[in-house]
Ligand binder design. Sequence first.
Ligand SMILES: *Cc1c(COP(=O)(O)O)cnc(C)c1O
Length: 355
Amino acid sequence: MKKHNFSPGPCILPQSVFEKASRAVLDYHGIGLSILEMSHRSKEFVDVMEQARELALEHLGLQNKGYKALFLQGGASTEFLMVAYNLLENKAAYLNTGTWSNKAIKEAKLFGEVVEVASSKDANFNYIPKDYSIPSDADYFHCTSNNTIFGTQLQSIPNTEVPIVCDMSSDIFSREMDFSKFSLIYAGAQKNMGPAGATLVVIKEDILGKVSRVIPSMMDYKVHLGKDSMFNTPPVFSVYVSLLTLEWLKELGGIPAIEKINTAKAELLYNEIDRNPLFKGFAAQIEDRSPMNATFSLTDESAKDRFDTLWNGAGINGLNGHRSVGGYRASMYNALTLDSVQVLVDVMQEAERTA
Ligand SMILES: *Cc1c(COP(=O)(O)O)cnc(C)c1O
């Protein structure tokens, strides 16, 4: 039986995407070759790459606006350093909202001065700092749109003249935003887009070429752009499955349509967390709560075994919280259905009844 998969990543993808992907592993579009054995220089795969790059821009409303999309390897973690390699000449401003921001800051410090404009470390990252200013002479401002581990999300992006770089690994394609506010967006595929192995990078080309250091080819966005994201062998399967997921999203009605579903899922679960005396939410402020990753815990730890038995028995997977927060985390990425959230809510009510 298919589980209700609340895993934080790698995570659930649409079942129809798994079916199409598995057919392509056996025989890609009836050409007598598997997607896994075709040349990445074949017309078939070049088309896959071009469509994936274009569709990513289309969903974000960034076509014909000076942006290009790349599918790179190395995960979002490699972007932590590539961003600084390519953009940091003197100093950069970072907003520290959790583990992933922290790791981005650590890498950037290898390349220049880093100004931490604000941090919520003082409260184990249970809120999003709102009052801070971005130095106007910074090369860029970096933020993390959704804090996967702590279950908080940025609801507003600051207005600044400084180019904005954003790690959107865990909420890309989940909600409407004015994406043209960003000069660079990156996201590991495995949270909302596809299998692990590819990282989407969307770059406004005019921000490049401003640092004086020599950049090794594989770390240089310009090199990848110059080769249409085919400088070396791309992660072909991950790019293909990402394309299938982007097509699935388009058929559904794109980001506006999925945002409605994501909002309904989040409301259903957070309402239960707030109503049910057995549970409490982690985020200090309701407005900072992430619709993608809902973090919560028991008010009475003695109910743990019972609750764990109940959700495991209901076919729920991946509900344990990250070790730095504890408790539970329900990741409700695009492909998770409202029905799966209802199953979790039913289990929470069952735990309350039998308390
Ligand atoms: C998972 C995650 C990362 C790390 O991604 P990798 O692809 O494993 O390097 C970075 N940032 C955020 C917000 C994440 O959720």
